[in-house]
Write a protein that binds this ligand. Structure first.
Ligand SMILES: [Zn+2]
Length: 306
């Protein structure tokens, strides 16, 4: 067993089980793992299985087996969002009691008419709540004491200073969907609060939703974690490596080679001879040599392995 120092650092990797891990997800997992271990912190794994229609049977187990094969061992038990609905409801009712939520029965078409950013149409409408409706979070018209402004600034460990305008970029967010499922934005923040996450190192595709998550941390009176968004791996044609684009699944037998290439991608300059070592030995080297600032200015093109 690894000796845990009483370090305040708790990081996490939170994949959705919509398919097997690919090189792009390895880069994110590895960066969060190494940053946590470099700081003698904990590294947790959370399965974001919130949306059953999008999931693939067996994918959650396949992801965990793959992390094991790559030597990316996690601390504590894996958390499954599908088992935490009571918790999400608890937080939702807290927001409701603070008068921060309102029902909305707008359709996808209504949203299109608004130009894609919700304009707060239902804030002052009477909604028939016996019919299917979503729950939205008030972004403005907030009760007294919640005036957090529209512009949110934060420093990303990798991408630097960020300014996001919640009114023009986000609008009032859905926290519970019309179909009764909890929204990703709610679940992810609730879980980060409950698990005491202090550092979130993840793919830069989530950079644009960070301000709305920070806003939610603030409304819930919780400490805001430190964020770092790793540049995404893309294919030479510029297309993002993703499950949707059918990026090839990571093969267990290529663990050492893929880890080495992921370290190159993350700017860590692993020595060539490291390729001969086992995944756990490669990770040992990488933990000691981990430098987050090397990720900056990185080319996002991923050259496929031979
Ligand atoms: Zn509405």
């Amino acid at each position: 067993m690894r000796q845990l120092n009483p370090s305040p650092y708790i990081g996490r990797f939170a994949p959705s089980p919509t398919g097997p891990l690919h090189f792009g997800s390895l880069v994110s997992a590895l960066a969060s793992y190494l940053d946590a271990h470099h700081h003698n912190g904990k590294w947790l794994v959370r399965m974001e299985d919130l949306d059953p229609p999008r999931e693939q049977a067996g994918a959650a187990d396949a992801i965990l087996r793959c992390l094991e094969a790559y030597g990316l061992e996690w601390d504590d038990s894996v958390v499954y969002q599908s088992q935490r609905w009571d918790l999400y409801e608890k937080y939702l009712s807290r927001l409701r009691k603070q008068d921060l939520l309102y029902p909305c029965d707008c359709t996808r078409q209504d949203l299109q008419t608004m130009g894609g950013i919700y304009n707060g149409r239902c804030r002052h409408r009477q909604i028939n709540t016996t019919q299917a409706h979503a729950q939205r979070l008030k972004l403005y018209d907030l009760p007294t004491g919640f005036n957090l402004g529209e512009e949110l600034r934060f420093t990303d460990l990798i991408q630097g200073e960020q300014i996001q305008n919640l009114r023009t970029q986000a609008g009032d967010q859905i926290l519970k969907r019309k179909d009764g499922l909890y929204a990703y934005q709610l679940a992810v923040v609730v879980d980060d609060i409950e698990q005491g996450i202090t550092h979130i190192i993840r793919g830069s595709d989530l950079l644009e939703v960070t301000a709305r998550q920070i806003f939610l941390f603030q409304l819930l009176g919780a400490p805001v974690p430190t964020f770092g968004h790793v540049t995404l791996a893309s294919q030479p044609n510029g297309q993002k490596l993703s499950k949707q684009n059918l990026a090839p699944a990571l093969r267990f037998e290529d663990a050492a080679t893929n880890l080495w290439h992921a370290l190159i991608f993350l700017g860590q300059k692993p020595p060539q001879e490291l390729l001969e070592y086992s995944p756990s030995e490669i990770l040992m080297w990488a933990k000691d040599h981990w430098t987050l600032k090397n990720i900056k200015g990185l080319s996002a093109v991923y050259t496929p392995l031979i």
